[in-house]
Design a binder for this molecule. Sequence first.
Ligand SMILES: Nc1ncnc2c1ncn2[C@@H]1O[C@H](COP(=O)(O)OP(=O)(O)OP(=O)(O)O)[C@@H](O)[C@H]1O
Ligand SMILES: [Mg+2]
Length: 509
Amino acid sequence: MSGRVLITMDDLEVGVPVNAALEEAGLTTAMVSSFDDLRAAVRRAEPEVVVFTGALHERPARELAALARERDAARLALLEPGAQDPGRLVHALGLSAWLVKPMAPAEVASAVQRLIERRRLQERTGILGDSPAIHEVLVKIEQMAPVSSTVLVEGESGTGKELVAQAMHSLSARRERPFIAVNCAALPESLLESELFGHEKGSFTGAAERRLGRFELANGGTLFLDEVGEMPHSVQVKLLRVLETRSFFRVGGTQPIHVDVRVIAATNRPLKEAAAGGRFREDLYFRLNVLAIYLPPLRERPSDISILVRRFVRELSQLHGREFRGISAEAMEMLMGAPWPGNVRQLRNLIESMVVLAPGREIGPADIPPEIRDGRLRFLPAPLPESRREIAGQELEFIFRSLVELKLQIEELRRRLDDHGPSVEVIDLGRAPARGMPPGGPVLSVPGDRDQDDDRSVVYRPGMTMAQVEKFTIAAALEATKGNRRRAAEQLGIGERTLYRKIKEFGLN
Ligand SMILES: Nc1ncnc2c1ncn2[C@@H]1O[C@H](COP(=O)(O)OP(=O)(O)OP(=O)(O)O)[C@@H](O)[C@H]1O
Ligand SMILES: [Mg+2]
């Protein structure tokens, strides 16, 4: 295997044999020590992996690690057996892997090779991250890609399920054939069925031509069934049949169609529970779940955040033609502490907005939106014991989403009110009554001409029903607008048709 490695040479006793083993393994090596120009060395060597053999001073070690990270080179350290607090070192250098001395140089060479392979796999698939969870996902993708068994990809929204499905397709022998995605939640039952299986001419009203379904179009390739948990029961039955027999009928068709399609299904809600609760066919669940990949939420793998942020800043500033140096350490820390309910997608979107909006050449703490900066969203799932995590996580997620939704609704309401102004406001107590209304009680006023207050006053007296209040309010609005129904409807904040209906209902015409 070829590959480029930069190796530190402050400890020659370790460095020299490791270097020999790396060369033996076919890798191209370059050497660097504490007193060299590190930046120049990294630029020259273009390493895919930097190996820290030890004895490097702390400052140059950090600098070299930062330079390696900038270029997405993996970082492998050989630690002393009694190394104090290896965790601190791992964190400080952002290590991708480490080995404890003494180790055979050949062992180092094979670890380096594995890192190079993984790095290349990440480049090919676009799946970034250094967390053990992402490593596991990558290993699974590699193992599962060559076979045609069905895969179920589970994970919260924005965790990269589609990215995983695409990676699996592009690493398989099917890569030259189509990858077709269908969102099962986006279409009503009848349309979904014909979307998946196609239909014959005249099979239903509007079916003017024969149409091929996604299963046929994906023949030889991969079909990605997104949000499979939302699939209606009738379609679930048909999908089960295709998975069992590899054949199906077009809607209105009588000839079985045979296809060779690999199905990858995704869901952001645990399908097992849906199956247990009867919302999803259990037999189909088992059919889909032959192989499974779980993508943990980003908040459970914060070590991936810095890699993702760096890459997104680079990619998106290039896309938008902005010259960005990167992100400050303080800003990065804020991002790493946020809970990311929308996972990688939310992180990417935020970086995009910051790249476009941030005034400087570096993203700083002031560019980070307050809800993330102040950690206001931090009440989201704290780590819980394994057994309770699934349920509590979902409950908290549900509560969180409800709160977010509520907040959005309130904002929307507020915006509407700001746009239109209040249609009815309480301006006074005990004002003169409108015609035909008994005196006393609070007065409601419909906004209109200020100098005609008395004509527009509506009195509320305890005991009055809502319908009565409504009736008199409408009457007052009509008076205020001199019978102009369009303006009255506008002022009341209701549709003109509704106003007409109510006028009729209350006998106001
Ligand atoms: N590990 C990762 N590395 C790089 N980019 C990622 C990673 N995970 C997700 N992304 C990016 O985040 C975005 C969302 O990913 P994707 O669409 O695959 O998520 P999803 O799980 O299918 O979400 P949903 O359930 O909402 O459909 C995409 O832009 C994707 O490229
Ligand atoms: Mg998706």
